[in-house]
Design a protein around this ligand. Structure first.
Ligand code: IPM
Ligand code: MN
Length: 379
């Protein structure tokens, strides 16, 4: 039997409150199934709260310390600072990147998956009833693109100032993310078939689809590289339909008819933007989970964090909904579930319990720990 070791990082704002419900759920799942073994250790970093005490958001060797764990479960990161000193953290931390990006880079978590499938009881922002059929998975390239942070500022502060910000795309990273998208399309088609809810894409009725996002009408070089590689890789997946959207048109279609998408694969920045939009289709940040994984090297710890931020305005008030955090925890269990049947069962169980809770109580204003109580009781 495998014992999973998880590093729990509560982070800032509502992070500690929502993650407390996640660890309670893990405890309940472990107590209910002798075949499931998960141990976790909690670290107060990286966070701005830690920064306040120690003058840095994490110990210098924090990545080495996290490397030993099988997985990282993170609440939320980021804090605008106290109201009377709103630039407190900007002065020190804004010059470096978010620790979230350091962790993604440090463990080569090159794939970010953000599923979009509205659940009953979640807020519904679209009036069209086909919105109930939305079922897509946005796969975000998580290692390069517009996030490499190469470039610089020249003649800073003068009227001649120039800033450059390079977007970098390699064959290696593009190939692995596009292939992964096609693989996930197949997995999803198989799942739908098993559940008797097949879908049909394109003229020849394929059972899944991958849509690639670019802005190649304005950014030719990487846009052409992505579409060329996409067409080439698609030949290895003749059973999967293909589609291309420019990112601006994709934004429009995510709102006008999002039910037409299946798997969507996008660059780092476009994926970032599209997944905030997709989160609204789910019912908002409060119900949108997310994973950062390295599918080609399972020995590197993945990180599971909700799409939402630290929501400092409601922090410490026992008000934040823990649903996104709990669904994120289910994604972690799914990831473990590839090697561990008990974890796979636990992931499905947690997702079912959260879905049932949302259907019954999604429209109520509940305290954070009240939702946690209900989840624990059901588990
Ligand atoms: C996200 C966030 C991060 C990102 C920020 C905090 C750097 O918006 O996880 O989507 O842009 O990736
Ligand atoms: Mn984002």
């Amino acid at each position: 039997q495998k014992t999973w070791h998880v590093a729990v990082l509560p982070g800032d704002g509502i992070g500690p409150e929502v993650i407390a419900q996640a660890t309670r759920a893990i405890d309940a799942l472990v107590a209910a199934d002798p075949a499931l073994a998960i141990e976790y250790e909690t670290f107060e970093w990286p966070s701005h709260a830690w920064h306040e005490k120690h003058g840095e958001s994490a110990p210098a060797d924090y990545l080495q310390r996290l490397e030993k764990f099988d997985a990282i479960l993170l609440g939320a990161l980021g804090d605008p600072g106290p109201a009377d000193d709103p630039n407190r953290y900007l002065l020190s931390d804004a010059v470096s990147l978010s620790p979230l990006l350091e962790i993604r880079k440090g463990f080569d978590q090159w794939c970010c998956e953000r599923p979009c499938r509205p659940m009953k009881g979640a807020p519904q922002y679209l009036a069209d009833e086909r919105a109930n059929d939305i079922d897509m998975l946005v796969i975000r390239e998580n290692s390069e693109g517009e996030y490499v942070n190469q470039g610089g500022r020249m003649a800073v502060g003068t009227k001649n100032e120039i800033a450059t910000q390079v977007a970098l795309f390699t064959h290696r990273a593009t190939d692995r993310i596009i292939r992964h998208a096609f693989e996930q399309a197949r997995v999803r088609a198989a799942e739908r078939k098993a559940e008797g809810r097949e879908r049909s894409f394109g003229r020849d009725g394929k059972t899944s689809q991958v849509c690639v996002i670019t802005k190649r009408n304005a950014q030719r070089f990487w846009g052409d590289m992505w579409t060329d590689m996409f067409a080439e890789i698609a030949k290895d997946y003749p059973d999967v339909a293909t589609h291309h959207e420019l990112v601006d048109a994709a934004c429009m279609k995510f709102v006008s008819h999002p039910w037409m998408f299946d798997v969507v694969v996008a660059s780092n920045l476009f994926g970032d933007i599209l997944t905030d939009l997709a989160a609204v289709l789910n019912g908002g940040m409060g119900v949108s989970p997310s994973s950062n994984v390295n599918p080609s090297d399972r020995s590197r710890p993945p990180m599971f964090e909700p799409t939402h931020g630290s929501a400092p305005d409601i922090a410490g008030k026992n008000m934040a909904g823990p649903t996104a955090m709990l669904l994120t925890t289910a994604m972690m269990l799914d990831w473990m579930g590839v090697e561990d049947e008990a974890a796979a069962r636990a992931g499905n169980r947690l997702r079912d319990v959260v879905a049932a809770d949302l259907a019954d109580h999604g429209r109520e204003r509940r305290a954070t720990d009240e939702t946690g109580d209900a989840i624990v009781a059901a588990l």
